[in-house]
Design a protein around this ligand. Structure first.
Ligand SMILES: Nc1ncnc2c1ncn2[C@@H]1O[C@H](COP(=O)(O)OP(=O)(O)OP(=O)(O)O)[C@@H](O)[C@H]1O
Ligand SMILES: [Mg+2]
Length: 260
């Protein structure tokens, strides 16, 4: 938690993202009560400019945590706060006001983009929903594409005209175009080849540092930690996730950690 000063009084700024005692059971009614929780008492904080990784085997509940943060799966109990604001039970409609601050990049760059819509329209849409005038929205969309290393004229093309790595850059540009505070990255490089993975990870780290973004980074294994720039961190993906952190040993196994 960072500290700022108001007059002579120290004021602790809340984390960008704060998860406390999160429990998620799928299903409804009695079935949900009997079902083993997909996520059981998870807690973690992500500060501005920090990446916290969730690393764990398939089915360990990583995406479920991401969905609970994004409001796509209601938690059974626990709290999710965005810059101190409790968003645990915020309805999807109310979440429109959060749409700029909380964004997501999914694993599959093929299914996450509408193939019939130009890249520009895909990027402009969330801005228009936020009330940004069309001209300014298109200018921001083109700038965002350039910031992820794509030519500005990419805006006029369809997703099918790009490679997998380029599509993932488009998905990142779409996530960043609204100038968010927190980005959930659900296996954002898993579908890419090794050299493209490294490029996209470097790009993400640069963008995080430039914009002081808080990343919740979901991954199957901790390989991305070892192959990534300094400042990435991971926490274990077993069912005893907790806010405890320690330093990451380079290339070592995933342990509860946070970046400096
Ligand atoms: N919509 C759903 N309805 C019922 N059960 C679900 C649903 N989504 C996920 N689950 C279950 O919740 C558990 C956690 O799933 P989740 O998708 O969060 O895992 P994960 O760690 O992201 O796995 P992967 O690495 O394969 O993406 C699994 O047992 C899964 O079967
Ligand atoms: Mg998943």
């Amino acid at each position: 938690m960072s500290t700022s000063f108001l007059g002579d009084t120290a004021v602790a700024a809340p984390p960008a993202l704060e998860i406390r005692d999160l429990v998620v059971r799928y299903g409804s009614g009695r079935r949900a009560k009997r079902a083993a929780p997909a996520v059981d008492r998870v807690g973690l904080d992500v500060a501005p400019g920090e990446t916290v990784g969730l690393v764990g085997e398939s089915g360990s509940g990583k995406s479920t945590i991401g969905k609970a943060v994004l409001g796509l799966q209601p938690p059974t109990s626990g709290t999710v706060r965005l810059h101190g604001r409790d968003i645990t039970t915020t309805s999807l409609r109310e979440r429109r006001s959060l749409a700029a601050d909380l964004r997501v990049v999914f694993q599959d760059p093929y299914s996450s983009l509408n193939p019939a819509r130009t890249v520009g329209r895909t990027l402009v849409e969330p801005l228009r929903l936020l009330g940004v005038p069309a001209g300014a929205a298109w200018a921001r969309a083109r700038r965002s594409l350039e910031s992820v290393g794509l030519p500005a004229d990419a805006a006029d093309r369809l997703p099918g005209q790009f490679s997998g790595g380029q599509r993932q850059r488009i998905a990142i540009a779409r996530a960043l175009v609204c100038d968010p505070k927190v980005v959930v990255l659900d296996e954002p490089v898993s579908a890419l080849d090794l050299s493209t993975q490294a490029q996209v990870l470097n790009l993400l780290a640069d963008l995080r540092d430039q914009h002081d973004l808080a990343f919740l980074f979901i991954a199957h294994d901790s390989g991305w930690c070892a192959s990534s720039p300094s400042g990435w961190s991971c926490s274990t993906g077993d069912r005893s996730w907790s806010p405890a952190r320690s330093s990451r040993s380079p290339g070592g196994p995933a342990t509860p950690t946070r970046s400096p």
